[in-house]
Design a binder for this molecule. Structure first.
Ligand code: AMP
Ligand code: MG
Length: 441
């Protein structure tokens, strides 16, 4: 259904130009992706959001108006074409369209700055992002963005089905939300402010209002990380549950991942085919490996890194590559985690926190765990991590007046899409990515 599309311009999509529709009249609208001019014979490839189709014109079989109109076309011009579908086993697409009328909406300037015809070699990666407003016309990009939309909708459906409330948190903040990562600062009417690195404190606060919450929310981090899995602006699938522990949020993540993959396998079949990607639905429950054990596994894989430090990029990638299914790393030491992670009552050096890891080398997908709910413990943690207690005024106040035990996680949305779509770099999972080098378009 082409709902909300003017029926004088478009009643069918390029995918309707198929052999089953032989003889049917259709009106398609789209961009000229390719022109092959063979004198009295002309082939046009038309691209629309659903894919591509071929329009074939024999000068002797089409009206003079149609022939002359099509002669004016340039690559990326926008047209509406009415005509009859003709099954043709010789054509790669199985059918072609013979036009009887053509409307030109816009003639594009010649010399499109990037090659969208896919006839030449792959585009230079810097060019792709410098001209991102044009490179997103590539059907591969459309496939990734469609998968992303499917993942977002599946996420919302999963949480709704399980009784979670969607929350919306502020992004302009006064003080440090958590330590470690850098913040982007901004001027708030002459006063210093920062962009949220996460919604951590606010999703915890939301538990004073709802029992189980989730959000699909942006985060900003001013880290000059030139890696394939970091951006300065990214989104997270955020979750927090009152009266829950690390165990429950592991189960939520297992079920969420399985639900998303099941949905993508069903609704994203065409997109996965476009990207030559096959996925299998992860088997639950996922393996749980304590931090120390994971460190040993990395060492056994031949990567040396300090045993008491967080995973390095090489170690994390090697570990992830050695798995076929997602897995959890649990029991992170206190000194490596945010001050809001509860520690293990029997071993205070270790937190009840975990990271969800993707297999195939994609690495960390989420971090989460059980939170500190005790005011005194939280204050001590803030001091021990070298922060100013006065920066956490409202956050601490909420704990002074009763917070239930709770747990939650934040799962990198583009990291998940990158894994599902098998993308070499996380920026390909964003329509207009923000990295240390890119902030336009
Ligand atoms: P963190 O609280 O830092 O562990 O962030 C939560 C999740 O967000 C991580 O597990 C990643 O999946 C994702 N994430 C963190 N930093 C970035 C980044 N710079 N770019 C993209 N995704 C990120
Ligand atoms: Mg993390």
């Amino acid at each position: 259904m082409l709902y909300a599309v003017n029926p004088e311009w478009r009643t069918h999509s390029s995918q309707d130009v198929n052999s089953q529709n032989d003889g049917k009249e259709v009106l398609i609208g789209g961009w000229i992706q390719q022109i092959r001019d063979k004198g009295r014979l002309m082939f046009l490839t038309i691209r629309d959001p659903s894919g591509i189709c071929q329009v074939t014109l024999h000068q002797k079989n089409v009206s003079e108006v149609v022939w002359e109109t099509c002669k004016k076309l340039t690559l990326e011009s926008v047209v509406s074409i009415h005509g009859k579908v003709k099954a043709d086993s010789r054509s790669k697409l199985g059918a072609e369209l013979t036009p009887d009328s053509v409307i030109i909406h816009v003639v594009a300037e010649p010399k499109v700055p990037i090659d969208l015809t896919k006839m030449k070699t792959k585009m230079e990666i810097d060019t792709v992002f410098a001209y991102r407003e044009l490179s997103i016309r590539d059907p591969d990009v459309a496939a990734v963005m469609n998968l992303k939309s499917i993942v977002a909708q599946a996420t919302r459906k999963f949480f709704k089905q399980n009784g979670f409330t969607e929350i919306f948190t502020p992004f302009i903040l006064t003080a440090s939300t958590e330590g470690g990562a850098e913040q982007f600062s901004l001027d708030y009417f002459g006063k210093p402010a920062v962009l949220a690195q996460s919604c951590q404190f606010y999703k915890q606060a939301a538990l004073s209002c709802h029992e189980k919450v989730f959000g699909l929310l942006p985060s900003w981090r001013a880290e000059k990380s030139h890696t394939t899995k970091h951006m300065t602006e990214f989104w997270q699938i955020e979750n927090e549950i009152a009266f829950a522990t690390d165990k429950e949020i592991m189960q939520v993540q297992e079920d969420l991942i399985a639900f998303i993959f099941t949905t993508v396998a069903r609704d994203g079949e065409d997109q996965l085919a476009q990207l030559d990607r096959t996925i299998s639905i992860p088997k639950t429950p996922f393996k749980k490996i304590p931090f120390k054990g994971a460190k040993q596994m990395i060492l056994d894989l031949g990567v040396e890194e300090a045993q008491e430090e967080d995973f390095g990029a090489t170690g994390e990638s090697a570990l992830s590559k050695s798995f076929k299914e997602p897995f959890f790393i649990t029991e992170f030491p206190v000194h490596l985690r945010g001050m809001y992670y509860a520690s293990n009552p029997t071993n205070p050096e270790v937190t009840r926190s975990l990271d969800l890891m993707a297999p195939e080398g994609f690495g960390e997908l989420s971090s989460g765990g059980q939170r500190v709910a005790d005011y005194k413990v939280l204050e001590e943690r803030i001091i021990n991590q070298g922060f100013e207690v006065s920066n956490f005024e409202w956050y601490l106040r909420m704990f002074r007046f009763g917070m239930p035990p709770h747990a939650g996680f934040g799962l990198g949305f583009e990291r998940l899409v990158r894994w599902i779509a098998n993308l070499s770099h996380i920026r390909e999972a964003s329509m207009f990515p923000r990295t240390p080098d890119i902030y336009s378009p």
